[in-house]
Design a protein around this ligand. Structure first.
Ligand code: GDP
Length: 425
Protein backbone atom coordinates (compact mmCIF):
# COMPACT_ATOMS: atom_id res chain seq x y z
CA UNK A 1 0.00 0.00 0.00
CA UNK A 2 1.30 3.46 -0.84
CA UNK A 3 2.29 5.81 1.98
CA UNK A 4 1.59 9.48 2.76
CA UNK A 5 4.04 12.13 3.93
CA UNK A 6 3.43 15.38 5.80
CA UNK A 7 6.23 17.88 5.21
CA UNK A 8 6.99 21.56 5.80
CA UNK A 9 7.09 23.75 2.70
CA UNK A 10 8.72 26.80 4.27
CA UNK A 11 11.29 27.42 7.05
CA UNK A 12 9.65 25.14 9.65
CA UNK A 13 7.00 25.82 12.31
CA UNK A 14 4.29 25.65 9.66
CA UNK A 15 2.03 23.56 11.90
CA UNK A 16 2.99 20.06 10.74
CA UNK A 17 2.39 18.60 14.21
CA UNK A 18 -1.22 19.76 14.32
CA UNK A 19 -1.82 18.33 10.83
CA UNK A 20 -0.29 14.98 11.82
CA UNK A 21 -2.42 14.92 14.97
CA UNK A 22 -5.53 15.59 12.88
CA UNK A 23 -4.84 13.27 9.97
CA UNK A 24 -3.75 10.27 12.02
CA UNK A 25 -7.48 9.55 12.29
CA UNK A 26 -7.01 7.78 8.95
CA UNK A 27 -3.65 6.06 9.64
CA UNK A 28 -2.25 3.13 11.62
CA UNK A 29 1.42 4.08 11.87
CA UNK A 30 3.34 7.38 12.04
CA UNK A 31 7.08 7.46 11.36
CA UNK A 32 9.50 10.32 12.10
CA UNK A 33 12.25 9.94 9.50
CA UNK A 34 14.83 12.69 10.21
CA UNK A 35 15.96 15.32 12.68
CA UNK A 36 16.12 15.08 16.41
CA UNK A 37 14.87 16.49 19.68
CA UNK A 38 15.14 20.03 18.31
CA UNK A 39 11.61 19.90 16.87
CA UNK A 40 8.78 21.73 18.61
CA UNK A 41 5.55 20.38 17.13
CA UNK A 42 2.66 21.82 19.13
CA UNK A 43 -0.61 19.93 19.25
CA UNK A 44 -3.81 21.04 20.98
CA UNK A 45 -6.73 18.64 21.23
CA UNK A 46 -9.29 17.37 23.75
CA UNK A 47 -6.51 15.79 25.86
CA UNK A 48 -4.59 19.05 26.37
CA UNK A 49 -1.66 20.93 24.86
CA UNK A 50 1.45 18.98 23.93
CA UNK A 51 4.81 19.78 22.40
CA UNK A 52 6.65 16.99 20.61
CA UNK A 53 10.38 17.21 20.19
CA UNK A 54 11.49 13.80 18.98
CA UNK A 55 8.34 11.75 19.35
CA UNK A 56 6.03 11.52 16.32
CA UNK A 57 2.94 13.71 16.68
CA UNK A 58 0.69 10.63 16.49
CA UNK A 59 1.29 9.52 20.06
CA UNK A 60 -1.87 11.09 21.40
CA UNK A 61 -4.21 8.96 19.33
CA UNK A 62 -4.94 5.58 20.89
CA UNK A 63 -4.15 2.69 18.57
CA UNK A 64 -1.49 4.47 16.52
CA UNK A 65 1.97 2.91 16.42
CA UNK A 66 4.69 5.56 16.39
CA UNK A 67 8.09 4.77 14.93
CA UNK A 68 11.38 6.64 15.24
CA UNK A 69 13.12 5.68 12.03
CA UNK A 70 16.79 5.08 11.27
CA UNK A 71 17.12 8.65 9.95
CA UNK A 72 16.52 10.40 13.28
CA UNK A 73 19.10 11.65 15.74
CA UNK A 74 18.16 9.42 18.64
CA UNK A 75 18.92 11.37 21.78
CA UNK A 76 17.95 9.01 24.63
CA UNK A 77 18.15 11.71 27.32
CA UNK A 78 15.76 14.08 25.62
CA UNK A 79 13.49 11.20 24.57
CA UNK A 80 13.12 10.00 28.17
CA UNK A 81 12.39 13.55 29.33
CA UNK A 82 9.73 13.87 26.68
CA UNK A 83 8.16 10.51 27.54
CA UNK A 84 8.00 11.37 31.23
CA UNK A 85 6.47 14.80 30.48
CA UNK A 86 3.76 13.12 28.41
CA UNK A 87 3.17 10.49 31.08
CA UNK A 88 2.62 13.31 33.59
CA UNK A 89 -0.02 14.62 31.17
CA UNK A 90 -1.71 11.21 31.24
CA UNK A 91 -0.44 9.88 27.88
CA UNK A 92 0.80 6.33 27.97
CA UNK A 93 3.97 5.56 26.00
CA UNK A 94 4.81 1.86 25.89
CA UNK A 95 6.61 -0.46 23.49
CA UNK A 96 3.15 -1.10 22.01
CA UNK A 97 2.77 2.44 20.74
CA UNK A 98 6.41 3.50 20.35
CA UNK A 99 9.17 1.69 18.48
CA UNK A 100 12.73 2.86 17.90
CA UNK A 101 14.63 1.56 14.88
CA UNK A 102 17.62 -0.57 15.83
CA UNK A 103 19.43 1.25 13.03
CA UNK A 104 18.89 4.75 14.42
CA UNK A 105 22.22 6.25 15.49
CA UNK A 106 22.62 7.48 19.05
CA UNK A 107 23.25 11.13 19.83
CA UNK A 108 26.15 10.76 22.25
CA UNK A 109 26.84 12.77 25.42
CA UNK A 110 29.44 14.99 23.72
CA UNK A 111 27.31 16.08 20.79
CA UNK A 112 25.33 18.71 22.72
CA UNK A 113 28.52 19.95 24.34
CA UNK A 114 30.30 20.29 20.98
CA UNK A 115 27.33 22.13 19.48
CA UNK A 116 27.42 24.70 22.29
CA UNK A 117 31.19 25.10 22.12
CA UNK A 118 31.14 25.66 18.35
CA UNK A 119 28.28 28.19 18.50
CA UNK A 120 30.19 30.07 21.22
CA UNK A 121 33.37 30.03 19.12
CA UNK A 122 31.49 31.40 16.09
CA UNK A 123 30.07 34.32 18.13
CA UNK A 124 28.32 36.73 15.73
CA UNK A 125 28.87 34.35 12.80
CA UNK A 126 26.77 31.67 14.47
CA UNK A 127 24.18 29.59 12.55
CA UNK A 128 21.48 29.85 15.21
CA UNK A 129 21.82 26.25 16.36
CA UNK A 130 19.33 25.03 18.94
CA UNK A 131 22.39 23.51 20.68
CA UNK A 132 20.81 20.07 20.82
CA UNK A 133 23.88 18.49 19.24
CA UNK A 134 22.22 17.87 15.87
CA UNK A 135 25.00 19.14 13.56
CA UNK A 136 27.84 17.31 15.42
CA UNK A 137 25.63 14.21 15.53
CA UNK A 138 24.97 14.07 11.77
CA UNK A 139 28.57 14.86 10.87
CA UNK A 140 29.69 12.02 13.14
CA UNK A 141 27.07 9.71 11.68
CA UNK A 142 28.45 10.27 8.19
CA UNK A 143 31.97 9.81 9.52
CA UNK A 144 30.72 6.51 11.03
CA UNK A 145 31.68 7.76 14.46
CA UNK A 146 28.59 7.04 16.47
CA UNK A 147 26.78 3.83 17.44
CA UNK A 148 23.43 2.33 16.47
CA UNK A 149 20.72 1.85 19.08
CA UNK A 150 20.73 -1.89 18.27
CA UNK A 151 24.33 -2.04 19.51
CA UNK A 152 22.99 -1.56 23.05
CA UNK A 153 22.26 -5.30 22.85
CA UNK A 154 25.93 -6.09 22.11
CA UNK A 155 27.58 -4.75 25.28
CA UNK A 156 31.17 -5.86 24.58
CA UNK A 157 31.27 -4.39 21.12
CA UNK A 158 29.45 -1.26 22.36
CA UNK A 159 31.92 -0.67 25.19
CA UNK A 160 34.89 -0.96 22.84
CA UNK A 161 33.35 1.37 20.23
CA UNK A 162 32.45 3.97 22.83
CA UNK A 163 35.92 3.78 24.38
CA UNK A 164 37.52 4.48 20.98
CA UNK A 165 35.10 7.30 20.24
CA UNK A 166 35.62 8.83 23.68
CA UNK A 167 39.37 8.92 23.18
CA UNK A 168 38.97 10.69 19.82
CA UNK A 169 36.29 13.12 20.98
CA UNK A 170 38.22 14.09 24.09
CA UNK A 171 41.11 15.19 21.89
CA UNK A 172 38.72 17.56 20.13
CA UNK A 173 37.04 18.76 23.31
CA UNK A 174 40.28 19.49 25.13
CA UNK A 175 42.69 20.48 22.35
CA UNK A 176 40.42 22.30 19.94
CA UNK A 177 38.01 23.91 22.38
CA UNK A 178 40.02 23.83 25.64
CA UNK A 179 36.99 22.24 27.33
CA UNK A 180 36.76 19.49 29.94
CA UNK A 181 36.84 15.93 28.61
CA UNK A 182 33.92 13.53 28.99
CA UNK A 183 34.88 10.89 31.54
CA UNK A 184 34.28 7.14 31.37
CA UNK A 185 32.17 7.52 34.49
CA UNK A 186 29.90 10.03 32.77
CA UNK A 187 29.60 7.68 29.83
CA UNK A 188 28.72 4.74 32.10
CA UNK A 189 26.09 6.82 33.87
CA UNK A 190 24.62 7.82 30.49
CA UNK A 191 24.46 4.18 29.40
CA UNK A 192 22.80 3.16 32.65
CA UNK A 193 20.39 6.06 33.12
CA UNK A 194 19.54 7.06 29.55
CA UNK A 195 20.15 4.03 27.34
CA UNK A 196 18.96 1.08 29.46
CA UNK A 197 15.39 2.47 29.77
CA UNK A 198 14.96 2.85 25.99
CA UNK A 199 15.98 -0.75 25.21
CA UNK A 200 12.43 -2.17 25.39
CA UNK A 201 11.41 0.20 22.56
CA UNK A 202 14.21 -0.83 20.17
CA UNK A 203 13.10 -3.15 17.35
CA UNK A 204 13.86 -4.15 13.82
CA UNK A 205 11.37 -1.57 12.59
CA UNK A 206 12.26 -2.22 8.95
CA UNK A 207 10.75 -5.71 9.27
CA UNK A 208 7.84 -4.33 11.26
CA UNK A 209 7.04 -1.73 8.60
CA UNK A 210 7.47 -4.18 5.73
CA UNK A 211 4.97 -6.56 7.32
CA UNK A 212 2.66 -3.67 8.14
CA UNK A 213 2.74 -2.67 4.50
CA UNK A 214 1.92 -6.20 3.40
CA UNK A 215 -1.00 -6.13 5.84
CA UNK A 216 -2.30 -2.98 4.09
CA UNK A 217 -1.61 -0.79 7.13
CA UNK A 218 -1.76 2.93 6.44
CA UNK A 219 1.59 4.59 7.04
CA UNK A 220 2.25 8.31 7.50
CA UNK A 221 5.75 9.83 7.36
CA UNK A 222 6.24 12.94 9.51
CA UNK A 223 8.97 15.50 8.76
CA UNK A 224 10.65 18.01 11.00
CA UNK A 225 11.42 21.59 9.82
CA UNK A 226 10.74 22.68 6.22
CA UNK A 227 12.11 22.67 2.67
CA UNK A 228 14.27 25.74 3.16
CA UNK A 229 16.12 24.02 6.02
CA UNK A 230 16.84 20.89 3.96
CA UNK A 231 20.55 20.14 3.89
CA UNK A 232 20.70 19.78 0.09
CA UNK A 233 17.89 22.00 -1.18
CA UNK A 234 17.61 24.64 1.56
CA UNK A 235 19.38 27.92 2.30
CA UNK A 236 22.74 26.26 2.93
CA UNK A 237 24.58 26.71 5.26
CA UNK A 238 21.60 28.01 7.27
CA UNK A 239 19.97 24.62 7.03
CA UNK A 240 19.59 21.76 9.39
CA UNK A 241 21.93 18.78 9.02
CA UNK A 242 19.38 16.30 7.68
CA UNK A 243 17.00 16.04 4.72
CA UNK A 244 13.55 17.41 5.41
CA UNK A 245 12.18 16.37 2.01
CA UNK A 246 9.50 13.75 1.42
CA UNK A 247 11.90 12.03 -0.99
CA UNK A 248 14.08 11.13 2.00
CA UNK A 249 11.17 9.71 4.02
CA UNK A 250 11.40 6.12 2.71
CA UNK A 251 15.16 6.00 3.40
CA UNK A 252 14.95 7.55 6.87
CA UNK A 253 11.91 5.53 7.87
CA UNK A 254 13.02 2.00 7.13
CA UNK A 255 11.01 1.41 3.97
CA UNK A 256 13.60 2.38 1.36
CA UNK A 257 11.51 1.31 -1.62
CA UNK A 258 8.22 2.78 -0.43
CA UNK A 259 6.03 4.65 -2.84
CA UNK A 260 4.56 7.88 -1.49
CA UNK A 261 1.30 8.58 -3.22
CA UNK A 262 0.31 11.69 -1.25
CA UNK A 263 2.65 14.40 -0.08
CA UNK A 264 0.86 16.95 2.05
CA UNK A 265 2.83 20.20 2.09
CA UNK A 266 2.12 22.40 5.09
CA UNK A 267 2.24 26.13 4.29
CA UNK A 268 1.72 28.91 6.80
CA UNK A 269 -0.60 31.75 5.80
CA UNK A 270 2.33 34.15 6.45
CA UNK A 271 6.06 33.53 6.82
CA UNK A 272 8.22 32.94 9.87
CA UNK A 273 11.88 32.08 10.07
CA UNK A 274 13.36 31.03 13.37
CA UNK A 275 17.12 31.40 13.43
CA UNK A 276 19.69 32.86 11.09
CA UNK A 277 19.89 32.99 7.31
CA UNK A 278 18.45 34.98 4.42
CA UNK A 279 14.73 35.74 4.68
CA UNK A 280 13.86 37.90 1.70
CA UNK A 281 10.24 38.68 2.67
CA UNK A 282 11.13 39.75 6.23
CA UNK A 283 9.09 42.60 7.74
CA UNK A 284 10.52 45.01 10.29
CA UNK A 285 9.23 47.66 12.70
CA UNK A 286 5.58 48.13 13.61
CA UNK A 287 4.26 45.97 10.79
CA UNK A 288 6.41 43.06 11.95
CA UNK A 289 5.50 43.62 15.61
CA UNK A 290 1.81 43.51 14.79
CA UNK A 291 1.99 40.29 12.76
CA UNK A 292 4.22 38.71 15.41
CA UNK A 293 1.74 39.60 18.14
CA UNK A 294 -1.25 38.35 16.15
CA UNK A 295 0.50 35.06 15.39
CA UNK A 296 2.04 34.62 18.85
CA UNK A 297 5.42 34.33 17.14
CA UNK A 298 7.70 34.21 20.16
CA UNK A 299 9.97 31.47 21.39
CA UNK A 300 8.16 29.33 23.98
CA UNK A 301 11.17 29.09 26.26
CA UNK A 302 13.06 32.37 25.86
CA UNK A 303 10.25 34.65 24.66
CA UNK A 304 12.55 35.81 21.85
CA UNK A 305 10.64 37.20 18.84
CA UNK A 306 10.50 35.14 15.63
CA UNK A 307 11.31 36.80 12.31
CA UNK A 308 8.08 37.31 10.37
CA UNK A 309 6.93 38.33 6.89
CA UNK A 310 4.07 37.96 4.43
CA UNK A 311 3.51 34.68 2.60
CA UNK A 312 6.42 34.25 0.19
CA UNK A 313 5.09 32.84 -3.07
CA UNK A 314 8.57 32.44 -4.60
CA UNK A 315 9.89 30.35 -1.71
CA UNK A 316 6.57 28.51 -1.33
CA UNK A 317 6.42 27.53 -5.01
CA UNK A 318 10.00 26.25 -4.74
CA UNK A 319 9.09 24.36 -1.57
CA UNK A 320 6.13 22.72 -3.28
CA UNK A 321 8.29 21.75 -6.27
CA UNK A 322 11.16 20.16 -4.37
CA UNK A 323 8.85 18.42 -1.93
CA UNK A 324 6.77 17.25 -4.91
CA UNK A 325 3.77 18.12 -2.76
CA UNK A 326 0.51 16.79 -4.14
CA UNK A 327 -1.72 19.02 -1.98
CA UNK A 328 -1.49 21.80 0.57
CA UNK A 329 -2.58 22.34 4.16
CA UNK A 330 -2.68 26.09 4.82
CA UNK A 331 -2.33 26.94 8.51
CA UNK A 332 -2.92 29.94 10.77
CA UNK A 333 -5.24 31.78 8.40
CA UNK A 334 -7.09 33.23 11.42
CA UNK A 335 -3.94 35.22 12.32
CA UNK A 336 -4.51 37.52 9.31
CA UNK A 337 -8.12 38.35 10.20
CA UNK A 338 -7.34 41.77 11.73
CA UNK A 339 -5.38 43.14 8.77
CA UNK A 340 -6.98 45.73 6.46
CA UNK A 341 -4.77 44.55 3.62
CA UNK A 342 -2.88 41.28 3.34
CA UNK A 343 0.62 41.65 1.90
CA UNK A 344 2.08 38.89 -0.31
CA UNK A 345 5.64 38.58 -1.58
CA UNK A 346 4.92 37.69 -5.21
CA UNK A 347 8.37 37.89 -6.79
CA UNK A 348 11.95 38.81 -5.90
CA UNK A 349 13.94 41.67 -7.40
CA UNK A 350 17.52 40.65 -8.18
CA UNK A 351 20.01 42.88 -10.00
CA UNK A 352 17.21 45.14 -11.24
CA UNK A 353 15.13 42.26 -12.63
CA UNK A 354 12.02 40.64 -11.20
CA UNK A 355 12.31 36.87 -10.81
CA UNK A 356 9.86 34.05 -10.00
CA UNK A 357 12.41 31.28 -9.49
CA UNK A 358 13.90 30.77 -6.05
CA UNK A 359 17.59 31.61 -6.58
CA UNK A 360 20.86 30.05 -5.47
CA UNK A 361 21.31 30.60 -1.68
CA UNK A 362 24.18 33.11 -2.02
CA UNK A 363 22.03 35.29 -4.32
CA UNK A 364 19.31 35.58 -1.68
CA UNK A 365 21.35 38.26 0.12
CA UNK A 366 20.89 40.48 -2.93
CA UNK A 367 17.16 39.88 -3.40
CA UNK A 368 14.40 42.26 -2.40
CA UNK A 369 10.76 41.31 -2.08
CA UNK A 370 8.15 42.52 -4.58
CA UNK A 371 5.05 43.04 -2.46
CA UNK A 372 1.44 43.11 -3.59
CA UNK A 373 -1.59 43.41 -1.33
CA UNK A 374 -5.04 41.91 -1.28
CA UNK A 375 -8.02 43.15 0.70
CA UNK A 376 -8.41 41.70 4.20
CA UNK A 377 -11.64 40.11 5.49
CA UNK A 378 -11.64 41.89 8.86
CA UNK A 379 -13.79 39.41 10.76
CA UNK A 380 -13.33 36.44 13.04
CA UNK A 381 -13.02 33.22 11.02
CA UNK A 382 -11.95 30.95 13.87
CA UNK A 383 -15.39 29.30 14.20
CA UNK A 384 -15.84 28.64 10.49
CA UNK A 385 -15.64 24.97 9.49
CA UNK A 386 -16.97 25.14 5.94
CA UNK A 387 -15.26 26.58 2.86
CA UNK A 388 -18.49 28.19 1.65
CA UNK A 389 -18.80 30.20 4.86
CA UNK A 390 -15.38 31.82 4.51
CA UNK A 391 -15.50 35.51 3.58
CA UNK A 392 -14.85 36.06 -0.17
CA UNK A 393 -11.61 37.94 0.58
CA UNK A 394 -10.25 34.92 2.49
CA UNK A 395 -11.22 32.60 -0.38
CA UNK A 396 -9.50 34.91 -2.88
CA UNK A 397 -6.35 34.92 -0.75
CA UNK A 398 -6.29 31.11 -0.66
CA UNK A 399 -6.98 30.90 -4.39
CA UNK A 400 -4.11 33.31 -5.08
CA UNK A 401 -1.77 30.93 -3.21
CA UNK A 402 -3.19 27.92 -5.06
CA UNK A 403 -2.67 29.64 -8.38
CA UNK A 404 0.94 30.55 -7.49
CA UNK A 405 1.96 27.07 -6.37
CA UNK A 406 -0.24 25.01 -8.71
CA UNK A 407 -1.70 22.82 -5.96
CA UNK A 408 -5.04 22.61 -4.23
CA UNK A 409 -5.32 23.83 -0.63
CA UNK A 410 -7.22 20.91 0.86
CA UNK A 411 -7.14 21.92 4.54
CA UNK A 412 -7.27 25.39 6.08
CA UNK A 413 -6.64 25.79 9.78
CA UNK A 414 -8.29 28.67 11.58
CA UNK A 415 -7.12 28.04 15.15
CA UNK A 416 -4.60 25.83 16.95
CA UNK A 417 -7.14 23.27 18.20
CA UNK A 418 -7.56 19.94 16.42
CA UNK A 419 -11.07 20.73 15.20
CA UNK A 420 -10.31 24.29 14.04
CA UNK A 421 -10.04 23.10 10.46
CA UNK A 422 -11.82 23.55 7.16
CA UNK A 423 -11.67 20.53 4.85
CA UNK A 424 -12.25 20.86 1.12
CA UNK A 425 -13.34 17.89 -0.92
P1 GDP B 1 5.45 22.50 13.49
O1 GDP B 1 6.81 22.41 14.10
O2 GDP B 1 5.46 22.60 12.01
O3 GDP B 1 4.53 21.43 13.99
O4 GDP B 1 4.82 23.90 13.97
P2 GDP B 1 4.84 24.49 15.46
O5 GDP B 1 4.03 23.63 16.33
O6 GDP B 1 6.25 24.77 15.87
O7 GDP B 1 4.21 25.92 15.21
C1 GDP B 1 2.90 26.12 14.90
C2 GDP B 1 2.27 26.97 16.01
O8 GDP B 1 1.08 27.53 15.52
C3 GDP B 1 1.89 26.16 17.24
O9 GDP B 1 1.99 26.98 18.38
C4 GDP B 1 0.42 25.82 16.98
O10 GDP B 1 -0.34 25.61 18.16
C5 GDP B 1 -0.03 27.08 16.28
N1 GDP B 1 -1.08 26.85 15.29
C6 GDP B 1 -1.18 25.83 14.40
N2 GDP B 1 -2.23 26.01 13.60
C7 GDP B 1 -2.81 27.18 13.96
C8 GDP B 1 -3.92 27.94 13.46
O11 GDP B 1 -4.59 27.57 12.52
N3 GDP B 1 -4.17 29.12 14.08
C9 GDP B 1 -3.45 29.59 15.12
N4 GDP B 1 -3.76 30.76 15.64
N5 GDP B 1 -2.40 28.89 15.62
C10 GDP B 1 -2.08 27.72 15.03
Amino acid sequence: MACTAIVGINWGDEGKGRMVDLLTEAFDIVVRFQGGGNAGHTVINEYGKFTFHLLPSGVIRPGIVNVLGNGVALDPESLLREISCLQEQGISITPDNLMISDRASLLLPWHRKLDELEETRLMDKKFGSTKQGIAPFYSDKYQKKTVLTGELFYPDRLRQSLKDLLEWKNLILTRVYGADPVTERELDAWLEESCEPIKPFIKNTRSYLREAQEDQKRILFEAQLGTLRDLDYGIYPYTTSSNTLAAFAPIGSGLPGAEISRIIGVVKAYSTCVGEGPFVCELFGDEADRLRRLGGEFDDQTGRPHRVGPVDLVATRYGVQVQAATEIALTKLDVLSDLDEIPLCVRYRLNGQEIDEFPFPAALDHCEPVIETMPGWKCDISKIRDWWNLPPEAKSYIQRIEQAVGRVVRWISVGPERDAIIRRG
